[in-house]
Design a protein around this ligand. Structure first.
Ligand code: GLP
Length: 243
């Protein structure tokens, strides 16, 4: 894995935003995999600014987000779909029908997961997958468990994951859904290039486990060790030795 450590989270966001813009300029119909959470917010803001400055055209870009809450649909203000609308899509003018998203309110969630796998395959697969990481080493909503799912699937959320997402629900943990839909580990690992972002000391233990520990379902991110083209972009906090 390539590991890039930045002094400031803002520098990291700027460097990755430039890489994304260069990738779109080289390939206007780039297929991007995208995360939610606090970590990518600076990246998304930077992408809005750089897109304006460089007049980059996103109209042919296709996107697939990693995950969504079960029970919320794309119009729900607390959904990841609406988070993406606020943080990125409005700023860079992605063509609405090029946005791939899981519908957490689909009547048949199993079929919804299959539909997502088919949609990613028919887009030709994901060229550049950008990932965050949970404090427990989760990727998307692939939570630590005795076994991981390969394909897009429905998953019960861990208490720490629900707590980390409470801010989206006005800090009210009782309103955070107990289940999610997520791309599976094989879906993620089929991406041609992967960039994982981690900032802050609260991610340091997960980074150490992922980089220095064995490949284990207890740390889903450790499976990234199997991929030939992964770059970790970290700030100093995320690369400190965990206490
Ligand atoms: C959520 C998302 C993940 C994200 C993680 C980290 O649970 N489902 O895709 O990577 O949180 O979030 P944050 O960046 O806020 O720490």
């Amino acid at each position: 894995m390539n590991i890039l450590v930045f002094d400031q989270a803002g520098q990291l966001a700027g460097a990755l935003a430039r890489r994304v813009i260069e990738a779109i300029l080289a390939r206007p119909d780039l297929v991007l995999g995208l995360p939610t959470g606090r970590t990518p917010q600076l990246l998304y803001a930077e992408l809005g600014t750089l897109t304006c400055e460089t007049r980059t055209d996103w109209s042919a870009v296709r996107t697939f987000n990693l995950d969504e809450f079960v029970g919320l649909d794309g119009r729900d203000p607390e959904s990841y779909r609406q988070y993406m609308e606020r943080q990125l899509f409005a700023g860079v003018r992605v063509t609405p029908h090029h946005v791939g998203f899981l519908d957490g309110k689909a009547s048949d969630l199993e079929e919804e997961c299959d539909r997502y796998e088919r949609a990613i395959a028919s887009a030709g697969g994901i060229d550049l997958m950008i990932l965050g990481i949970g404090v427990n080493g989760h990727i998307g909503f692939n939570e630590p468990a005795p076994g991981l799912q390969a394909r897009t699937h429905r998953v019960a959320l861990c208490p720490e994951t629900r707590a980390a997402n409470a801010a989206l629900f006005d800090g009210d943990l009782s309103r955070v859904p107990t289940e999610g839909l997520s791309m599976g580990m094989a879906t993620i690992l089929r991406s041609r290039t992967i960039v994982l972002l981690a900032t802050g000391e609260e991610k340091a233990a997960a980074m150490t486990a992922m980089l220095e520990g064995p490949i284990t379902t207890a740390v889903p991110a450790s499976f990234l060790q199997l991929h030939p083209d992964v770059t970790l972009m970290l700030d100093r906090g995320a690369r400190t030795s965990p206490r």
